[in-house]
Design a binder for this molecule. Structure first.
Ligand SMILES: NC(=O)CC[C@H](N)C(=O)O
Length: 265
């Protein structure tokens, strides 16, 4: 059975594990998902646990804290190796920051990054918790692969945004922001695309080979298309059908999943 690791140091990893079975809290649907796609989510807390999974989700949370915990558990070398081996990794929000090659807006002293994704991310582009918001994003590529509507409900919580990407990076969703907001947070940075004098676009979802990154939180919605898009990346990759047994904290199907953030259905 293919195992999807979810980095479980801090943040919304429970929601991602729940996201495997349609973000549903209902265990029987989870069992259905496991039977249908042969996928299981397992928590990753130690470097050696990465050896047992075919792909990895790095969830949202607070990237500075997550980086400190990852450093404490000596996870960075193993995470970098995982990315380099071409195994699929999906970073959401703080996870996106982890995957970026370059970051701005970091706390004093900065933070260690896993890297691999050729982009510059602004850690708190949209502001504080109070500036969190939801919006409909245009997602033509996702809809063409996964079906469904051409829009996706983006839940942005203290969200980062991608300001610049390298040539290998495919933009899957972007979001217009007023040019004055852009200028305030990014003096000297040109930006992705200018569509009028008063608006610029920031990038909020990308793919670069085995890496997927979203600035918003698909695990907090009932729309599972990003999860199934990622699972397809995972099953396309050789070794995804590995039948190794997971170590460490495993998902107990008889336990209700602990959700500490609201799930928007
Ligand atoms: N929801 C999130 O993951 C927020 C990420 C946050 N901006 C950070 O720096 O880590």
């Amino acid at each position: 059975m293919a195992l999807v690791g979810v980095l479980a140091l801090q943040g919304s990893y429970n929601e991602h594990i729940a996201g495997m079975p349609f973000s549903s809290l209902s265990d029987h649907i989870y069992v259905f998902w496991v039977l249908l796609l042969g996928v299981k989510g397992v928590e990753i807390k130690k470097p050696e646990q990465l050896e047992n999974v075919a792909s990895l989700i790095i969830p949202g949370g607070e990237s500075t804290t997550m980086a400190k915990l990852a450093e404490y558990h000596n996870l960075f070398p193993a995470l970098r190796e995982f990315v380099k081996m071409g195994k699929p990794v999906w970073g959401t929000c703080a996870g996106l920051i982890f995957l970026a090659d370059r970051a701005t807006g970091q706390k004093i002293g900065g933070q260690e990054l896993v890297g691999g994704l050729d982009c510059m991310v602004h850690r708190n582009f949209f502001g504080s918790q109070l500036q969190s918001f939801e919006t409909e994003l245009s997602v033509p590529e996702l809809a063409s692969k996964e079906g469904g509507p051409e829009v996706f409900r983006g839940v942005f919580i203290r969200a980062p945004a991608i300001l610049e990407v390298g040539p290998q990076v495919e933009v899957l969703a972007d979001y217009p922001v007023p040019a004055n907001k852009w200028k305030d947070s990014n003096p000297g940075v040109e930006g992705h695309e200018e569509n009028s004098g008063s608006e610029k676009k920031v990038i909020v979802a990308v793919r670069q080979g085995n890496l997927l990154a979203t600035a918003f939180h698909p695990e907090l919605t009932a729309d599972t298309r990003w999860h199934s898009y990622f699972l397809k990346m995972a099953t396309e990759t050789e070794g995804a059908s590995s039948s190794v047994v997971a170590v460490g904290a495993d998902l107990d199907l008889n336990q209700p999943t602990k959700i500490d953030l609201p799930v928007f259905l």
